[in-house]
Design a binder for this molecule. Structure first.
Ligand SMILES: *Cc1c(COP(=O)(O)O)cnc(C)c1O
Length: 462
């Protein structure tokens, strides 16, 4: 006689699907999950009750749903949160995206002649203008820009890239300058020391095998004390005298005076470093520029043209949606250079919103949450720029502080993360905090609803 794992029968796939009801997931995904669960039960020593199997499946499907890319409310106070998609885009950019996505467009079509045209000609022209450069172009991200530049200019007998030991940095996860160099076929020629590098160090290192001089902006950390590096101008003169390109990886891509935005440090702009003699600069589109993910390259026309002719450029080129979003972002800056561009670029807006505005919103939210089983109060917080930029910047901010009466803080935080839309905050000083600097005023209603649901919902997990 065969020993049965249990007296209960394994539920049929069809019956489980029926019991699950609408799941908000494609049917094939649900069927695959149900089949996996049924297969698991076949191998199990005991079969749970039907209702338990259904509840387990609901939890598994909820976990799958949570993995979908979806809009979230960012209450962390980190403006360029890499895990939360860096820069959110403003209404003008979103409108462009909708129009270009839903229609044919003149991506590579010349409307004047009715013949094939140049991809992103208008954007490249305006980007060059914004960067004070002879020419500019765009690739997928700043890492791609740097790889393209390194691959292109290190070839033949000239493979050495001269860089200061103080700039062999790691940016975010998996982006280390020495590794990027190695993977591009370049040879690292380190000069100077961690804290001090002199012009003479560069001069002594440059020789017949030097491909280029690279400067990398220390975007995500600060070095103080006994520190020295040569100014850009004499380094540029050295590169010119040796007839090698002088490249700077700026990272952040700020094009406005960051010191005018609520007391931040000065962040070098592409225009500024090009003026000082850098020949080619690269930076991100979705950091302080506040646009879509992209790698901006600007500088001498000869060098930019050469990069665009490199066959590898084709593998790094941007999609029409990115180009369109970037085009609108660049135009916003060109049209209304300082103050008023903030309206169209949420990142700039969040950087300079006055705490009094945040205070007002926090007070309103506290009043609106009055009837709930939790203590809501207005708190203080420190927002950060994030995205590996302006590491020393601490922006005074205002938080909505919540302490639910019947829920532990981790459970409360989990319920908010699992809500619709998910809300992300942090726990500090025995409170759950939501920094209102990174919550858009338009999200206050949704935030209230999410908080309401999280304290009244029966259990988490769905
Ligand atoms: C952020 C950063 C990068 C990488 O930019 P991505 O657009 O994320 O690829 C490269 N260099 C510097 C100096 C940076 O700050």
């Amino acid at each position: 006689m065969r020993t049965k794992p249990s007296l209960r029968a394994i539920p049929a796939v069809e019956k489980l699907l029926q019991a699950l009801g609408p799941t908000g997931l494609p049917r094939a995904v649900v069927v695959a999950q149900v089949r996996r669960e049924v297969a698991r039960l076949r191998a199990a020593t005991a079969i749970p009750a039907f209702a338990v199997v259904v509840a387990q499946l609901q939890a598994q499907l909820a976990a799958l749903r949570r993995g979908r890319i979806q809009a979230v409310i960012n209450g962390t106070g980190v403006i360029l949160h890499t895990n939360l998609g860096r820069a959110p885009l403003g209404p003008a950019v979103v409108e462009t995206l909708g129009a270009i996505a839903a229609n044919y467009n003149n991506l590579e079509y010349d409307l004047a002649t009715g013949e094939r045209g140049h991809r992103a000609q208008y954007l490249e022209h305006n980007l060059a203008l914004l960067c004070g450069a002879e020419a500019a172009t765009v690739v997928n991200n700043c890492a791609a820009a740097l790889v393209l530049i390194l691959r292109h200019f290190t070839r033949g007998g000239r493979r050495e890239v001269v860089i200061s030991r103080g700039e062999l940095v790691q940016i975010g996860g998996g982006f280390r300058i020495p590794e990027i160099l190695a993977s591009s076929g370049a040879q690292l020629r380190e000069v100077g020391t961690t804290n001090k590098t002199h012009l003479d160090d560069y001069a002594a290192a440059v020789g017949p095998t030097t491909a280029l001089i690279l400067k990398v902006h220390r975007s995500n950390f600060f070095m103080g004390g006994f520190v020295e590096a040569p100014a850009t101008e004499p380094l540029a003169a050295l590169a010119r005298a040796k007839r090698i390109p002088f490249v700077e990886d700026l990272g952040s891509g700020a094009v406005v005076r960051t010191e005018a935005l609520g007391g931040l440090d000065h962040e070098p702009t592409p225009a500024e470093v090009l003026r000082r003699g850098v020949e080619l600069v690269c930076c991100s589109g979705d950091k302080l520029l506040g646009g879509p993910q992209a790698g901006l390259i600007a500088g001498k026309r000869k060098l930019v043209t050469a990069l665009k002719r490199d066959p590898f450029f084709r593998a790094l080129r941007c999609d029409k949606l990115i180009l369109a979003a970037l085009q609108t972002t660049v135009d916003l800056y060109l049209d209304r250079p300082d103050k008023s561009s903030r309206g169209g670029v949420p990142v700039l807006n969040m950087l300079c919103v006055p705490p009094t505005d945040l205070q007002q919103r926090a007070e309103q939210l506290v009043a609106r949450l009055d009837d709930l089983p939790l203590t809501a109060s207005v708190g203080a917080g420190t927002a950060q720029v994030g995205g590996g930029t302006l590491p020393r910047a601490e922006l005074e901010s205002v938080t909505l502080d919540l302490v639910p009466r019947a829920l532990a803080l981790p459970e409360f935080a989990a319920r908010l993360r699992h809500g619709a839309p998910p809300v992300i905050g942090y726990v500090a000083g025995g409170r759950f905090k939501l920094d209102l600097r990174t919550v858009f005023p338009l999200q206050d209603d949704a935030l209230e609803t999410a908080i309401r649901q999280s304290v009244t919902a029966p259990a988490s997990g769905s």
